[in-house]
Structure formats: structure tokens, C-alpha cells
Design a protein. Sequence first.
Length: 450
Amino acid sequence: MELLLDQIAQHIQQRYGLEPKDDWPRVLRTALKKMDLTEDKSKDLRKTGLSDERLLQKLAGHLTIKESYFFRYYSHFEYLCSSIKHTLTENPELTSLTIWSAGCAQGQEIYSLAWLLSESLEARLMSRIRLSGTDLDEQAIISARQGIFHAWSLRHTNAFQREKYFQKIDELHYQIKPSYSFPIAFNHGSLSDYCAGLPDQTLDIILFRNVSIYLTKKARSALYKGFKRILKPNALLIISPSDPFPDEVMFQPEPEHRSIFRLNPTETGVSWNTFRSFSKNDHSEHVVDMKLIHSIPASGFTLVDPEAPALTSWPDLTGVSEKVMTRLASLSNGGQTHEALELVESVIRDHPELYAAYLWRAKLQLTLGNFFAATNDLRNIVFHESNNHIARYWYALAMELNGESKRSLLQLKILIENLKKLKEDDLLMDNHTTAKELLSAALERREHLL
Ligand SMILES: C[S@@+](CC[C@H](N)C(=O)[O-])C[C@H]1O[C@@H](n2cnc3c(N)ncnc32)[C@H](O)[C@@H]1O
């Protein structure tokens, strides 16, 4: 069986360009078991399985990290909305503008963009937009098509957005309202296959965020070459701020946007300026927002996010009066961070045993860019409550932001080991986040740091 698992892993690496990980044999074994392809059938599997494209793809889907959430890197969407509006208005002959979410997970990023576009474009402009998404994981594509999401994916939405775009199915699940489920073509398959099937110069924008870190260098560079071929001259490629940069000869960063790239026109020999470049005054990326990938919501979002590892639902806060809690939430949500900090400090003075209050203070300190202070608070919580997995997650994040990558990695390692001991559906201390969800977020942070 071990040999078979190794062979499958090798095939998957070669076929889909995924960077192998230590836990692949374990994940593959579980996946095969779920498919009822156990040891006694492994002989057959060796004969047929390795050439069975569908099976390999299914197994590869089990190995990818499908961490995503709505409105991730909000500044990208703001940029795209303005840019697309300008392009469509200035180029009436452009019948369609095509956007592809490469590695779309359950579709969170492409739905986010669709909603924001529909709000900033008139219907006649919106009708020219074509949206698609591709992912290797079949289950992710099924969810994307159904528009059903776990609350964890909504953790950077505020109450207004949840009410507007979703209907709640149960405590943990939301479905996109029919009026907001735009026609998006979701495809199940590998990015290289999808790319190979497209004619030259087909796409205007590719979102390729948080995918390349999971690919081998070879696969990454082959994909970038493919993107160059299928993108129209001067088209845009969007990566995540912490992804490896594409080759500068092919793609050049936009001024002031270190994660938005434009296909280099000299590479294609054609030069027509489809997309407007923004000056610093038109739009500037929020450097701190981009760095605080999971912790601090992008501009315009509430700080205390009920879907994130939340403080408000923590039972240890019961000693604090309702009035103080409401005021604290309102100051934090309203962006009055300094005032919120003063109030939470008075809570800590009155209730020094309340670790949730320290966590609250740490989140406020992160918003203010006081990473060192946040790290101290979080270290204190983790020291006293070693099973407070959510606090350890924030602790690792605060250290990362404070430039202490090695220490951050160490905490992530401990966190990942602890979470793997739990059952996937076990609820953590906020009574909301499951072990699987936090594990997925922690694995992603680790990828970014390695
Ligand atoms: C971490 S998620 C990122 C989702 C989204 N782009 C975002 O930034 O929120 C990475 C996704 O890429 C998909 N993926 C990774 N390698 C792929 C490949 N070779 N072909 C298709 N999808 C792939 C994974 O299945 C996963 O859903």
C-alpha cells in the first residue's frame, strides 16, 4: 500500500504540479478508504488507478488547501471595479470582458467581485461581464455552483452584507440569495488543462490568488507562460500580496500595487491600453490591511467580526456588564480604536482573569499596528490557556506581523499538531469555529511563511 501511495503522490505531483507535503500519504489513505478502495483492492488500483484520470483528479482534490473567504483583499476588488468600469465605458466596441478565478475554491472571490461589480456598474455595462472559476477539487466546485457556504467563509463580512447577499440555512450555513447568484461558469479540473483549452488572447483578468504557493516552481512557471498566451495584451493578473511574484519580463507590477500585474505589452508586441493605471491619489493599497491577511478586515469592514474567531460569543466574558460589552463592540466596530482600547483596558483592570479581554485588546493593537503589544497579550493567554487554539492562531499571526517568522512558525506547528488531534467538526472556544476550519487557516499561514 505504501508503494502505491507513493506512486499516486508522484503522479499527482507530475500531473497537477502540486508541491508534495509530508501528510499526503495519510490524506491519500483516508481518501481511498472513503472511496472504498482499500488495501485488498490496491492491486487493481495499481493496474488501473494510476491511469484513471478521474480518480487521480479526485484524489488530488483531497490534497489541496481550499481556504478562502468573501471579500478577501478588499483593495483588489475596489481597484478592479474602478478599472473595469473605466474600460467598459471607454471601449464601447468591447463586447465582453472576461474574468477567470484560477483556483477558485468554492467561488468566494469571484462571487465577491460579481456583487461589487453589479453595484458599481449600470446593468448595460454589467451585461458585458463574463465570469468563470476553475478548481481541482470537485466538492469545492459543487459548493460553488450551489452557492452554499459554511459561516467560516463569511468571516470578513459584516451583518449588513450577510443580510444582503445570503439567507441563513442553519446556525453554520448560508446560501447566496437567488438575486445575487450571478451566472458564473464553474469548471472542475486542473488550471493547466483549462488554460491549454483556451484560444490565445481570450481573457482580460486572471485572479490567481493564494494558489501558486501550493505549486512546484516548474508548474508555476509553466502556468505563467500559459497565462501570458491566453491573456489579452495589457490584461491584468492579480495575485495575493504574499504569493511569489511572476516573471517581470512577462508581467509588470502596477504602480503602487505590488500584487496587481499587467501583461507586459512588449512581450506580445501589441500595445493598446485597455486598463487605466491609477495614480497614487486615485487609489492606494492599504499595506497594513494586506499584511494582516486573516486578522484585520479590509477597509470598510467591522473589526469584531462575528464569523471570525469572535470575542463576543466567548463565555468567559459573562462577568462584564452588558452595557460595557455593547459599548466596546460599538467603538470597535465604528473604527474608534483608541477609545475601544481605553475601555478594554478598564475591563482588564476590573477583570484581570478574563483572557478574552486580552484577546480583544490584542486585536485592537493589531489594528493600530502595535504588533509587539499584541504579541505580549497573546503570549500571556497562550501561556495560561495552552488549549486556547484560537488565541494561539492570533499569537502566531501577531508574531508574523512583528517580523518574528521563526517563532510564528513554531506556534503554527504546535497549533497544527493540536488541531489534528481533534475531530474535524469539534467546535473551538468561540463555539462557532471548527477544528477543521482553524486548521485550514493555520496551514495556509504556514505556507505563506515557509
Ligand atoms: C487556498 S485556495 C485559494 C482560493 C482563492 N483563490 C482565494 O484566494 O481565496 C487554493 C485553491 O486552488 C486550488 N488549486 C490548487 N492547485 C490547483 C490546480 N493545479 N488546478 C486547479 N486548482 C488548483 C485548490 O483546490 C484550492 O481550492
